[in-house]
Design a protein around this ligand. Structure first.
Ligand code: C5P
Length: 225
């Protein structure tokens, strides 16, 4: 690994959507380009961390210097994250589907003229962020989640931080008019135990660099003389 303030640290990053199959040709998914997570993986590696990136299906090249595990479903993403432990830092940037389809069809579901459309039964997916945040011997020292909100962003994200048990939440405003979803820029509020800190709009790459710097500062607090 490269030298840097995070040398000797292992970071786990989740990114992208998950695809939850309905049958061999159809799936349920969330919108996610994977860009922010890939940029964070790259920024952490640049500071010397060993990075494991667990990614759902995205259209992005593998970042250099990062170990990439490609998965499709939330259940596979959780398994890949468990396999990656132990780690010092976990950043859950993936847009994980909240449900998967019960009794996924092994053959393509046929449209039969006159027959009613199929009814899908949904089953909750595991919450990867909540599991990684659970206190225990293998809990990473720093667990960071994301919150995509469309209103009262800081308030919802602060509640989410408590609910999930993570240390920090990176909250972003995903109202369609912001152009953030699928775009190259992001405007975030960082929620920590100290409160909410709004960052100006910047590229997702810049958000990643600043976040990686904050992570490095967490592990190397300024010495008080
Ligand atoms: O629950 P919600 O989707 O609003 O929370 C978002 C945060 O939780 C993100 O960090 C996301 O990666 C993580 N998450 C997860 N597993 C899920 C759902 C969300 O890791 N099943």
């Amino acid at each position: 690994a490269a030298p840097g303030p995070l040398a000797g640290r292992h970071a786990l990053v989740t990114a992208g959507p998950t695809h939850e199959p309905i049958d061999p040709v159809r799936y349920l998914a969330n919108r996610s380009s994977g860009r922010q997570g890939y940029d964070i993986a790259t920024a952490l590696a640049a500071l010397g961390a060993r990075v494991t990136l667990v990614s759902g299906p995205v259209d992005l090249p593998a970042p250099a210097g990062v170990t990439l595990h490609r998965v499709e479903t939330a259940r596979q993403m959780l398994a890949a994250c468990r396999d990656a432990l132990p780690c010092d830092i976990a950043v859950c940037a993936a847009a994980v589907a909240d449900w998967h389809v019960a009794g996924e069809a092994t053959g393509k579901i046929k449209k039969t003229a006159g027959a009613p459309p199929p009814v899908l039964t949904l089953v909750p997916n595991p919450d990867i962020l909540a599991e990684l945040s659970t206190p225990g011997a293998s809990r990473p020292a720093l667990v960071i989640g994301f919150a995509a909100e469309t209103d009262t962003v800081a308030q919802h994200a602060t509640a989410k931080r408590q609910r999930k048990g993570c240390d920090w939440i990176v909250a972003n405003d995903v109202r369609p008019e912001t152009g953030i979803m699928g775009g190259t820029e992001n405007e975030i509020t960082l929620i920590t135990s100290d409160g909410a800190e709004h960052w100006p709009r910047m590229t997702k790459q810049a958000v990643a660099t600043h976040l990686a710097d904050r992570i490095a500062a967490f592990f190397t607090p300024a010495s008080s003389s």
